[in-house]
Design a protein around this ligand. Structure first.
Ligand code: TPP
Length: 367
């Protein structure tokens, strides 16, 4: 297996067509290129605003995706509305592609909601903080698709697949390996999209495995594809091919998007304790947004007026996020009791009435 990642767009913005399983990838039209660039710019803005809001005490935590925009937008835009997407906790760019209101992402990290969006309305499931758990949820869903007969019919209005996101760290979890076994054994319509950002908090990928991520698929009996995760066109092409193959009934694919997160694991992490700034600088030079911008300019697909308009849209999004975040309603103080059980067990019911009396007494004191 080649470990050289599939690359269509070089860091300097040069495009090279590449033959994939479904034929040559590209060329991409100017409107599609501009849309992908816009998606990445808006995704980065969500990330930047969320970090600022966290620093101002408006959010409890934020897992940044800085540098992973191409992987997320490429994979996110490859999925059709009927495909079902299972994220980790970092897929803000995929949420954007699935039309999830980014203010609801903020609600989750502000602690005002336990979920934030309706998974059924955009076929974008809720974030999963338990590493690897979503891979088995996704496999279960893919089994349902097979049982519904929505795979391999050749009808594009009917066939569908599952796209599940995972990090390199989840590859050491039992659940992920079980998910691979089930997906292979039952030839399920599923694409595992692994953003290998090379770190699982402070653990580098090298302490997890002796082989590249994509190569691990072979041991389970399905294809593994390695792509340049900072190249949105490579990520889009590889994921489209893999989803087409899954919908056609050819079973799973593992995609490894080789990339890097240029911010610490979350806003609570200090990555200066385990990795070097020079590594970060090297990846900044491979920035996914800048390389597509260079291509847009050199190919004449976008001009200064286009970028000025985009900047205004970006600023408006930032303003909407700041206002929307501060306006999110606080949940009632007793919601954590009410959200756990339909019928409260006696012990918790006792605690709830104690809590209600306590809150009422506090309000009495405040008068
Ligand atoms: C089952 C489980 N074990 C441990 C953790 C603690 N934890 C949170 S994030 C993380 C690292 C995950 O790394 P990776 O899968 O590479 O994703 P990334 O955060 O880099 O996107 C760990 C170990 C957890 N959330 N769930």
């Amino acid at each position: 297996m080649s470990t050289e990642p599939l690359s269509l767009l070089a860091p300097d913005g040069t495009f090279t067509a590449h033959a994939g399983p479904a034929g040559p990838a590209g060329p991409f039209g100017p409107a599609e290129l501009r849309a992908l660039h816009r998606d990445m710019v808006m995704t980065r803005r969500i990330d930047t605003e969320a970090i600022a809001l966290q620093r101002q005490g408006e959010l409890g935590l934020w897992p940044s995706l800085l540098g992973q925009e191409a992987a997320q937008v490429g994979a996110g835009r490859a999925a059709t509305p009927r495909d079902v997407v299972f994220p980790t906790y970092r897929e803000h760019g995929v949420a954007w592609c699935r039309d999830v209101d980014p203010v609801s992402l903020l609600g989750l990290f502000r602690g005002t909601t336990l979920g934030g969006w309706d998974p059924a309305s955009n076929n974008f499931q809720l974030y999963t903080l338990v590493i690897g758990a979503q891979t088995l949820h996704a496999v279960g869903y893919a089994m349902g698709i097979v049982r519904d007969g929505d795979v391999g019919t050749g009808d594009p209005g009917r066939d569908r697949a599952v796209l599940v996101f995972l990090g390199d760290g989840s590859l050491s979890e039992g659940e992920t390996n079980e998910a691979f076994v089930w997906a292979a054994a039952q030839s399920l319509p599923i694409v595992f999209f692994c953003q290998n950002n090379q770190w699982a908090i402070s653990s580098p990928y090298s302490v997890q495995s002796r082989v590249p991520v994509a190569q691990r698929a072979q041991g389970f009996g399905f294809p593994g594809v390695r792509v340049d995760g900072n190249d949105v066109l490579a990520c889009l092409s590889a994921t489209r091919d893999a989803l087409d193959s899954a919908r056609a009934g050819n079973g799973p694919t593992l995609i490894e998007a080789f990339t890097y997160c240029r911010n610490p694991h979350t806003t609570s992490d200090d990555d200066g304790r385990y990795r070097s700034g020079s590594e970060n600088d090297a990846w900044a030079a491979r920035d996914p947004i800048e390389r597509l911008r260079r291509h847009l300019v050199s190919s004449g697909a976008a001009d200064a007026a286009h970028f000025a308009k985009l900047e205004a849209q970006e600023r408006a999004l930032g303003e909407r996020l700041r206002t929307g975040c501060r306006a999110l309603p606080d949940p009632p103080p007793d919601s954590s009791f009410r959200n756990t059980y339909v019928d409260l067990p006696a012990e918790l019911a006792g605690q709830l009435s104690e809590h209600t009396e306590f809150v009422a007494a506090g309000q009495e004191d405040a008068r």
